[in-house]
Each structure stands twice: as structure tokens, then as C-alpha cells.
Design a protein around this ligand. Sequence first.
Ligand code: PMP
Length: 330
Amino acid sequence: MRYYDNVVELIGNTPLVRLRNVTEGISATVLAKVEYFNPGGSVKDRIALRMIEEAEKAGLLKPGGTIVEPTSGNTGVGLALVAQLRGYRCVFVCPDKVSEDKQNVLRAYGAEVVVCPTAVAPEDPRSYYNVSDRLAREIPGAWKPDQYSNPNNPVSHYEQTGPELWDQTGGRITHFVAGVGTGGTISGIGRYLREASGGSVKIIGADPEGSVYSGGTGRPYLVEGVGEDFWPETYDRGICDEIIEVSDKESFILTRRLAREEGLLVGGSCGMAVAAALEVARRADPDDVVVVLLPDGGRGYLSKIFNDAWMTRYGFLSSDETGATVADVL
Ligand code: PMP
């Protein structure tokens, strides 16, 4: 018999897939690290496992304990999945702008979701930040991972994802491209690859227009999971050789092309990272190997990025770009 003892054993060791169609006219090899193959469907399973293991070792999380985190998305799923198998309770705090579908995914994994008003100042006791702090203080045995300051977020990538990429490319990787949210992915992988290659691998961050990483002020953008309006501790400010700014429109158009032309149904931050990777690959040498990390799958974005009406409403698609349908012919 050949089987895994539990789904946590499936975290990591995700495949590298060559992009063949969106790379038209590019001679360098462009490979995508497809993180939706993790059991919770995103790269965040990796940090969830590592943060929980280290909290157990440090005695911060004890049997029967409760994990409290302000998260509405992928990190919550990763934490809930690992917590469930280890008997911890999860309480996630999210702002009321988060879709009911996203809240329900967390509940489906057995987590409790506390919804806070978006329209209050951060110092208001009802705010997302204050409620999660208060719950972490008041629930007995509570522990707050805090992915924005927890060193085990980048460490999980330094110790696992980075070595996977070096091994999978046989040390031939020349450029690594990833979006920056907490910065854990790029800081951990970037440091490993820089050390393993003796400094020759170029580390390139992709950032939404308006975010601080590419010199913005935190101006709003629609791509989810990347960009910030502050500098998190988990981001190593010396790690990137270059940061490429990508617009919402470019991110979403490429996200749709990845589904239609590469068979990869992925999230908007993936389209953003690929847009940056293609820019890098266009200037690269033919024998260069550009690797881009795709953080999550596209199912959570069907009513937005993959919805023509939503795309048109925001001006990302003109009505003549939505394509002819069978109904037009009949
Ligand atoms: N894309 C998505 C969809 C994410 O959820 C995240 C995590 N916030 C990222 C990209 C960026 O990863 P990191 O936090 O490691 O910078």
C-alpha cells in the first residue's frame, strides 16, 4: 500500500511547470512553481505548518490551545488544516468586506470566524486589529501566529521552498520572481537561492501599483494578497535586486490568460507575478531559467477576475474583448 498518513504530509514539494504560450517570443525558459498543489490550495500551508510546529516547541501552543489570527484567506486555511489534525481550535478575525464565500471556506474547515466592521478606525475597539488582540489576550491558551512578524514565515521558505527550487532546477535557476505581501516568500527563498548560487541568482519582487514596496503610499488596488501600506518585519528590505510594479489590469488580464492558454486556473497575484516574470524573461539570455512562484488557485476569484461583467465594470476589459459566445451565433 502507498499512502500518506494525513494531509499535512502533502504540504510542499509542489511541481515546476514550464509556461509555453504566454511566453511567445521569449527564448529564456520560464518555469512556474504551482503552489495550489498544497492541500489547502496555497503557498500559505507551508508557513502555517512551520509557525505551529515552532510554537509547540517553544511552549506557546499547548494541547487544547486556540489559534487566533486576523486573516481572511489562505493563511487561515493553512492554519485551520494543520490545527484540526492536532486538536487546536481556530478563531479568525476578518473585516466585513471579506466575501461570505471566503468566510465559509474557513468555517468549512472547522474554524470560528469573527467579523468586524471595516468602516471604523484602527484604534476603535471594534477594529479587526483590536478584536484579534483582545481575543488573543482573553481566550485561555490562545496563541497568535502573526504572519507579519513571525520569523518562521520566511524561515519556512529558506529551509524548504528555496532548496526545492534549487534542486528542481539542478542549480540552473538564474532569476526568481515572486509577489510580495508579508514578504516571507521572497525573503526566505531569495536568501537561500542567493547563498546557494554564490550571489548569481537575481531576486525580483512583483508589486501592485500603489503599494509601499514599489515606492507607493498604500493607494488601493484590487489584486489580493500582495502589496502593503506598511513595512512588515517579515520582509528583508535588502533581498530584492529589483521590484517591478504591475497594474491591476495587467495582473488580471494575465491571470485570465494563464487559465485559457496554460490550463492554470490561478489567483490574481499569480498573474501579477507572471507579468513581472515575462518582463524579466524578455531581457534575459536564451539559456537563462526564470522561475515564478504562483501562490494560489483561481476558484476563489470566479466572481471577480473571471467574471466579464466585473472586469468590464472596473475598466479592465472592454465589451469587444469579452469574446463571441454561442448565443451570439444562434
Ligand atoms: N499571493 C497571495 C494570494 C497571498 O495570499 C500571499 C500572502 N499574503 C502572497 C501572494 C504573498 O506572499 P508573502 O506573504 O509570502 O509575501
